[in-house]
Write a protein that binds this ligand. Structure first.
Ligand code: GLY
Length: 307
């Protein structure tokens, strides 16, 4: 068994460890833990602690992948819904589809018994409007949000201050691997924007034969390089975990436009090894790791990737 998650995962990590120890399958153990992260308003990037889009509405993204069947469930830009990773799990379980977005995802949430919840944290609402208000002239303020938003997009969505995601990767006692993600996405994002968290192959991927990977920070970059799949596919082609992560990181570094700083690749392999690297980041970021040899989960620091 193994469980790896990024630093935001703290409120749920122990719950996933407990579930794995009790014999719960990887997908459900990870969905269980991530639900606790989404419910904790102290985690300022996911669920109740997350950030609204440019018009002040919460739109969350999540993805779930079963590494044994390679089935995926994903939801994107879902309004008024928590726990959103569990909704992605329901897409995988109950529909012949991989991904639902927006109003369709909310409709499915209603059908699946999820309450409708505005879920906008008062501090997120305050920070959102304080920053936006400064960019609008009086006429625009009066018209808001019925005005073209694209002119404000670059000014307000600063990729250097993107808030993050939570990602969980795990392997259960039966050898099944899973990847689960959840996020509210970039603060002040254009309505309908999807990051990498609901995109299989970009923000997450799992194949129980080889390994699993997930990314945090600027999803616009990992979508362009299909980074999570790149890691796992490299292992399928015979590279070991270290070589696979390094190959995917080098590929990201060939992107000459966009904001790559702070992207972090998290990966595990089918033998129970793990690797976490940050690209061009100013400082290492912490992550959580647990294997059965450890008395307690450990918080460790990522490694700065050197090309
Ligand atoms: N990595 C999360 C996002 O870009 O939304």
């Amino acid at each position: 068994m193994i469980l790896l998650a990024n630093c935001e995962a703290e409120p749920g990590f122990f719950h996933s460890v407990t579930a794995l120890k009790a014999g719960t399958g990887a997908v459900d153990a990870l969905v269980e833990g991530i639900g606790h992260v989404e419910a904790d308003p102290a985690v300022r990037s996911v669920g109740y602690g997350g950030w609204p889009n440019m018009i002040g509405e919460m739109e969350c993204d999540a993805g779930v992948m079963d590494g044994t069947t390679r089935e995926v469930g994903a939801v994107g830009a879902v309004p008024r819904t928590l726990p959103v990773a569990r909704l992605a799990r329901e897409v995988m379980r109950r529909l012949p589809h991989v991904m639902l977005t927006g109003a369709g995802a909310r409709r499915f949430a209603d059908e699946s018994g999820f309450i409708s919840d505005e879920m906008l944290h008062p501090d997120s609402a305050r920070v959102w409007w304080d920053k936006l208000e400064g960019l609008l002239d009086p006429a625009q303020r009066a018209a808001f949000p019925d005005l073209p938003l694209a002119p404000f997009s670059k000014a307000i969505t600063d990729p250097e201050r993107v808030r993050d995601t939570t990602v969980f990767l795990g392997r259960d006692s039966g050898g099944d691997m899973a990847a689960v993600t959840s996020t509210s996405g970039w603060a002040w994002k254009y309505p309908g924007r999807l990051g990498d968290s609901p995109i299989p192959g970009a923000g997450f991927y799992a194949d129980s034969r080889f390994g699993a990977a997930a990314c945090t920070h600027t999803g616009e970059m990992t979508m362009r390089s299909a980074t999570a799949h790149a890691v796992v596919h490299a292992m399928q082609l015979g590279l070991d975990l270290d070589q696979a992560v390094e190959a995917a990181a080098r590929d990201l570094l060939t992107l000459e436009t966009g904001f790559l700083g702070e992207v972090v690749i998290h990966a595990i392999d089918a033998t129970g090894r793990h690797r976490v690297v940050n690209l061009l980041g100013r400082a290492p970021v912490s992550y959580w790791i647990w294997t059965p040899e450890m008395a307690e989960p450990e918080r460790r620091l990522s490694e700065q990737f050197q090309s």
